[in-house]
Design a protein around this ligand. Structure first.
Ligand code: NAD
Ligand code: ZN
Length: 262
């Protein structure tokens, strides 16, 4: 484990303190210390399959029961996991900023002084208490009907067979996980909201994102082009590191509380 020196932490703390608006972009790495495997790290494979070969619409059409079996396994991991000190430090940081700005959900996300754009579907940011958030790739506890398009929390019969395909309670068609799969377009408004914040942010904090999925990196780079200080928190170099003003090298569960707590 590497520890950035104190002067670097002090510099980045000052950048955040001086920022009127902050954009935070998180990826699978922030949940690694909660025990949820990243896609490309150890434990990312399932029964020998790469996530790219499972998380795509063609794989679901071909064998929906198999995809549901994989999601039940992942959902179990996510539901058993708990937010780690990184998620919790971000939620406290956000709460202070929202309170200082007098922001409430009625004001809307476009005018929030901070936005958390997460690629994670594990639900750990909402469980940690983050409010001004957008789950760019969906949420593992939500289903979407392949027939009528209805989106609703997944309520599964615990006695259903492991490979069952859940059905829509409105129209009876098969449900799929409400998750953005490889090759699919972002839902309307999601990238627009993130870019709106990127163009206005004074600091952009990127945590645990490898950059293998491009749009989140593009959002971070847009923030930098628009004048934000770009900060990368990751034990390994990522697609963001080179462009970053500062790289805090190490695990986010250790670094974020040191960086963000008063
Ligand atoms: P990835 O495996 O490609 O990248 C993970 C990144 O996290 C790497 O750069 C790694 O160095 C870094 N990392 C590892 N441990 C860390 C730690 N303790 N602290 C900070 N950073 C750490 O994963 P990805 O590119 O984010 O995943 C691809 C897609 O799959 C994403 O869109 C994501 O939504 C999804 N995904 C989500 C979850 C989840 O919800 N938890 C898990 C896996 C994948
Ligand atoms: Zn339906």
């Amino acid at each position: 484990m590497t520890h950035p020196d104190l002067s670097l932490l002090t510099t980045v703390r000052a950048d955040l303190e001086n920022a009127r608006r902050v954009l935070v972009v998180t990826g699978a790495g922030i949940s690694a210390e909660s025990g949820i495997p990243t896609f490309r790290g150890e434990g990312g494979l399932w029964e020998g399959h790469r996530p790219e070969d499972l998380a795509n619409p063609a794989a679901f059409r071909q064998d929906p029961a198999k995809i549901w079996r994989w999601y039940r396994w992942r959902r179990g991991l996510c539901n058993d996991a708990r937010p780690n000190p990184g998620h919790l430090a971000l939620a406290r940081f956000e709460a202070r900023r929202l309170q200082d700005a007098g922001w409430t959900p009625e004001v809307g996300l476009a005018d929030s002084p901070i936005l958390l754009a997460t690629q994670n579907v594990d639900g750990l940011h909402p469980r940690a208490g983050s409010q001004a958030r957008v789950e760019m790739h969906g949420n593992i506890d939500t289903g979407r009907c392949t027939g009528c398009g209805a989106i609703a929390p997944l309520v599964e019969n615990p006695k259903a067979p492991e490979a069952a395909v859940p059905a829509c309670t409105d129209c009876g068609a098969a449900l799929r996980p409400h998750i953005l799969w490889f090759g699919e377009s972002y839902w309307p408004g999601v990238l627009e909201l993130c870019l709106h914040h990127a163009e206005r942010a004074d600091a952009c904090l990127v945590v645990g994102t490898s950059g293998m999925v491009w749009p989140p990196v593009a959002i971070a780079l847009r923030a930098k082009e628009s004048g934000a200080k770009l900060i990368d928190v990751n034990p390994n170099p990522s697609q963001v590191t080179e462009a970053a003003d500062h790289w805090l090298q190490g695990p986010s569960g250790v670094l974020l509380p040191r960086l963000l707590d008063p």
